[in-house]
Design a protein. Structure first.
Length: 92
């Protein structure tokens, strides 16, 4: 199995920086905390993506590579789910 993408789903399509608000329970009770960072992963490894490519182009290129490197005799099942229809709205 392979995974390439983001865990959050609302990252910038170019930089892959995601910002979210989370609730953290600490010694002072529940705290509303904002977190931000790059959310582009290959499996569980965090990547620093090329910010000149839109996520749609990046995901397409990765899957094309997987298809080309898989021998025809090996079954392949792939799901490619673009997040470009979701926030943030970024158009070239």
């Amino acid at each position: 199995d392979q995974f390439y993408g983001m865990y959050t789903g609302d990252a910038d399509h170019y930089t892959q920086v995601a910002s979210s608000r989370v609730w953290i329970r600490g010694s002072e009770g529940l705290q509303d905390v904002s977190v931000s960072g790059v959310d582009q992963r290959n499996g569980s490894a965090r990547l620093q993506p090329d910010s000149t490519l839109h996520s749609t182009e990046r995901y397409t290129s990765i899957l094309e590579g997987v298809i080309r490197s898989t021998p025809p005799s090996v079954p392949l099942f792939a799901v490619l789910a673009y997040q470009a229809v979701h926030f943030p709205m970024q158009v070239d």
